[in-house]
Design a protein around this ligand. Structure first.
Ligand code: COS
Length: 375
């Protein structure tokens, strides 16, 4: 049985299998992709290998533990595969958890097979950390339903996704009330998008909505219940962003250990210099602490324990900040070679920055934790 402190044998074997699959099957596909574009062969392979089915299980209840083990393991060998998997999950989880039977039957098989690429469209130019300030308007249409008008910004997988989970304002109320989640296929009339050139190897774009028609059949959950749909999705995914970060930290630590064991300077291997060995010990200790916090949050989520928002926020906050530190320290131990384009650490250095911002910046996580402490 899983405890927050250890994995059982089956889980450890699954993680080893995932790392091997990522290195053998997924990394070659990732290398063939265009930076900043959706890598469809990679997403299809995630489907064929049954990995998306673990993220979006048929029974409808996603396991935070499975998601974290998947993300941590894939991240150690192929961050592109990790992110492609996570984005499919993030975009489709609202349908899995809160969608109607018809929506689930219509869309999830394609998502799980890796044919239908999804995206989670919450952020806007004027609503990033303050998600409840979103302004995308859902105006009532004369014959029923709504017309969506406005913008979404910094949306991963946009503008190439086939299916968007879109959060819009159906009510006049400010703040979290009056927000509704909609399923919007990428080919709906009036929906256009542009890619954004970002410090991120995965695609990110902007979406423009010009009176895009949506009907009651496109509502995910209840009219006015959209903010909770978004928050519950983020409660599930935040520990797994931490798991992604732990995977990157583990990869950086392994590279630093190997390098410090082999590279000689001042008459011996780098690891014999206390300045280096103490740094390695600190990196290993903080990575272990982050991994435990992530596992504890995932186990608590799956057990339905109280305090999930707080524990998810703590795991995401601590693990992403730790990974930034570990990748930076590993870069320092490697010296100039780590900065060469194409080096593992040069790649991780670019990858590790964004998770401290997306799905709730570090400061937002602290706000959530502090609010929960006084609840
Ligand atoms: N689960 C269920 N419901 C939740 C919830 C959660 N985790 N968090 C908040 N809610 C509910 C609250 O209970 C409240 O409902 P009632 O009005 O019925 O009581 C409602 O949502 C509003 O909550 P709150 O007042 O806390 O909302 P805020 O506007 O203060 O938002 C944060 C707070 C910071 C949590 C929110 O803006 C946030 O998560 N921001 C970051 C957004 C983000 O991650 N963006 C990245 C997009 S994906 S890359």
């Amino acid at each position: 049985m899983t405890t927050p402190f250890t994995l059982d044998r089956e889980q450890r074997e699954w993680c080893a299998e995932l790392r091997a699959l990522a290195a053998r099957r997924l990394r070659p596909l990732a290398r063939e992709g265009d930076p900043g574009r959706v890598n469809r062969p990679l997403v299809a392979a995630l489907g064929e290998l049954g990995l998306l089915a673990r993220v979006l299980p048929e029974g409808g209840v996603a396991s935070a533990m499975d998601l974290c083990l998947l993300r941590e393991s894939l991240a150690q060998e192929c961050t592109e595969a990790e992110t492609a998997l996570a984005l499919q999950g993030l975009g489709a989880h609202p349908v899995l958890r809160s969608g109607s039977k018809e929506q689930r039957e219509r869309w999830l098989p394609g998502v799980v097979a890796g044919r239908t690429v999804t995206a989670f469209a919450l952020s806007e130019p004027e609503a990033g950390s303050d998600a409840a300030a979103l302004r995308l308007r859902a105006d009532p249409a004369p014959g029923g339903g709504w017309r969506l008008t406005g913008e979404k910004y910094w949306i991963s997988n946009a503008p190439e996704a086939d299916l968007y989970t879109v959060f819009a304002r159906t009510g006049p109320e400010p703040g979290a009330t009056g927000i509704t989640a909609f399923l919007v296929p990428g080919d709906r009339p009036g929906l256009t998008g542009t890619p954004l050139d970002m410090l991120s190897p995965h695609p990110i774009g902007a979406l423009a909505f010009d009176a895009v028609p949506v009907g009651p059949e496109d509502v995910i959950g209840e009219v006015g219940g959209g903010f909770k749909v978004a928050m519950r999705t983020l409660d599930l995914f935040r520990p797994s962003v931490g798991a992604f970060a732990v995977g990157m930290a583990r990869a950086a630590l392994a590279a630093a250990l190997a390098h410090a064991g082999e590279r000689r300077a001042f008459g011996g291997p780098l690891k014999d210099l206390q300045a280096v060995s103490h740094q390695l010990a600190e990196m290993a200790t903080r990575t272990e602490a982050a991994a435990l916090l992530v596992l504890a949050a995932a186990a608590a989520h799956d057990a339905g324990e109280p305090g999930i928002a707080r524990r998810s926020a703590m795991a995401k906050l601590f693990a992403t900040e730790t990974a930034q530190y570990v990748v930076d320290a590993a870069t320092q131990i490697h010296g100039a070679r780590a900065l060469r384009r194409g080096h593992l650490l040069e790649h991780l250095y670019r990858e590790v920055r964004a998770p401290r911002i997306y799905e709730g910046a570090t400061e937002v996580q602290r706000t959530i934790i502090a609010k929960e402490l006084y609840r």
